[in-house]
Write a protein that binds this ligand. Structure first.
Ligand SMILES: *Cc1c(COP(=O)(O)O)cnc(C)c1O
Length: 495
């Protein structure tokens, strides 16, 4: 199977080329030439498999040139008992007979990014070997919090890679900043940017497109690569957990094999819900894909009207990892729904670039509305969802997951569709302790790590080990640069 760009179908790439390169030269995203189907009996066979075995099977359908032994080895390293504190890796938890949370935050950084960023380094390293690449990959990442730590932890001490993360100085939570500044590893760098997330993101994009910097790097034996969810190597590992969750629901007796299940996903860059879409296209019996947004509800509007319009105020919310107005991975969905019409996709993306807006044609609207539902939660609704779940089910959830739970019940009330639903749970509540404590009625909150203790006292939940361990770590990085100085920071880092 080959990979193509969403904006140009002329060139074909092997999976290893698509993963090493990350983004196609003309700005398109890599997509598989065709979406593979789950084989007859595959779901039954998966009941008996471990999570790494499930991952190896599903990823193998997409990765020509990677052997199943190789993929199983990656799966066992990425999803090991040392790294994940739940034996199921991505367990499903029952709230009631028709609502199940798929917990994706049992990895080393306590957010769902680990599900993909623990796997991506293995895929990337192997891709470099297969491509006979002799240079070292220099991975640059701008982060609003969770991606940066996830990428640092995934790539630390991985051969033939260096990773540098830029975060907005005042745009991440205290715990997120501490997580990054204490990062261990010999190939990692962390740098604050004096500005907001857009400044960091724009700065990194400029480095990627700086031809003279590219030349300097090449002479020194480096090339740039990306760990953001534009990389196919991040979307692919996410397909696995939807299939795994379905198999587990059958195992629990919540549904019979073949029955449809809805999925509700708190969404930012559209990566996580796109993975659910691919799982459905592979033949997994999924019904509605419900897209949940916070007050930055550009996707709610798009999925209900067919108009994408980023010309709107940007809101800082209590679910910061979803504070995004340009959802990059939507491009892959448009490509698939238009049956590979790269010209049409290019046209929409150009409109988005120049005017900040596009409207899809009526055929695409019909397909979008048939497959997806969408809704959003404001700050009050998000906190109410945390409190209600805690009071009603004794289930503690973070604000991102709460957006999903709110939209799930909103959808049920308005449609009367009572299909069993998997809600993606994307972060540990301990990562957003201040909001969670406020939601359950606490006031006079302490700052920093003392929040962990308070949340633990109030809820009688144990503090996740990776967060507990922050207490004994010294910050290693204190670099902070101005908006225009990212280039020097990278050159110093590579020296
Ligand atoms: C990244 C993130 C999201 C959004 O996921 P997308 O793939 O960007 O849609 C939601 N919740 C948390 C906690 C995240 O870190």
């Amino acid at each position: 199977m080959h990979y193509l760009s969403t904006r140009n179908k002329q060139l074909q790439y092997t999976p290893a080329q698509a993963i090493a390169q990350g983004l196609s030269r003309e700005g398109g995203l890599f997509v598989p030439q065709q979406i593979p189907s789950l084989e007859e009996g595959a779901l039954d066979a998966m009941k008996e498999m471990t999570y790494p075995q499930r991952a190896a099977y599903v990823m193998g359908l997409y990765l020509d040139g990677f052997s199943s032994e190789e993929l199983l080895c990656f799966g066992e390293k990425a999803y090991s008992a040392e790294k994940f504190d739940a034996p199921a890796i991505a367990p499903v938890r029952r709230l009631d007979d028709s609502t199940f949370c798929l917990e994706l935050w049992h990895g080393p950084t306590c957010a769902f990014k680990d599900m993909a960023l623990q796997m991506l380094p293995h895929l990337l390293s192997a891709s470099l070997k297969k491509n006979e690449e002799s240079r070292t990959a220099c991975i640059l990442t701008a982060t609003s919090g969770d991606t940066g730590k996830g990428a640092l932890e995934g790539f630390r001490d991985v051969d033939q890679t260096r990773i540098m993360v830029f975060y907005p100085k005042d745009g991440v939570s205290q715990i997120q900043e501490l997580q990054m500044r204490t990062q261990e590893g010999t190939n990692v760098g962390v740098c604050a940017v004096d500005g907001n997330f857009d400044d960091a993101q724009t700065g990194v994009k400029q480095l990627f497109s700086d031809e003279s910097l590219r030349k300097v790097l090449d002479e020194r034996g480096y090339f740039f690569s990306s760990a953001n969810s534009i990389n196919w190597g991040r979307v692919l590992p996410q397909i696995v957990y939807y299939i795994s969750a379905y198999v587990d629901l059958v195992g629990l007796g919540a549904v019979a094999m073949g029955d449809p299940v809805n999925v509700c996903v708190p969404t930012g860059n559209f990566g996580n819900i796109l993975a659910a879409y691919y799982a459905k296209r592979m033949g997994l019996p999924l019904g509605r894909l419900i897209c949940a947004s916070n007050s930055n509800n550009v996707l709610t509007e798009f999925l209900t009207t067919g108009v994408y319009d980023r010309n709107r105020p940007f809101h800082h919310t209590v679910s910061p990892s979803m504070d995004i107005l340009i959802s990059s991975n939507l491009e892959r969905l448009l490509y698939d729904l238009s049956e590979g019409d790269a010209d049409l996709v290019s046209d929409y993306m150009n409109q988005l670039h120049t005017t900040g807006r596009y409207e899809v044609n009526s055929l695409l609207k019909e397909k979008l509305f048939a497959c997806f539902a969408a809704g959003c939660a404001d700050e009050v609704q998000t906190k109410a969802a945390i409190r209600n779940s805690w009071e009603q089910y004794g289930y503690l959830m973070d604000p991102h997951t709460a957006v999903g739970i709110h939209v799930c019940s909103q959808y049920r009330n308005s449609t009367k569709d009572d299909t069993v639903t998997i809600v993606a749970s994307t972060a540990s509540p301990f990562k957003f302790g201040d909001t969670v404590l406020e939601a359950v009625g606490e006031s006079d909150l302490p700052a920093g790590l003392a929040l962990l203790d308070r949340l633990s006292e109030v809820t009688h939940h144990a503090i996740p080990a990776p967060l507990e361990a922050l207490r004994n770590k010294q910050p290693r990085f204190d670099l902070c640069v101005g908006k225009g100085q990212l280039c020097n920071a990278v050159l110093d880092f590579l020296n």
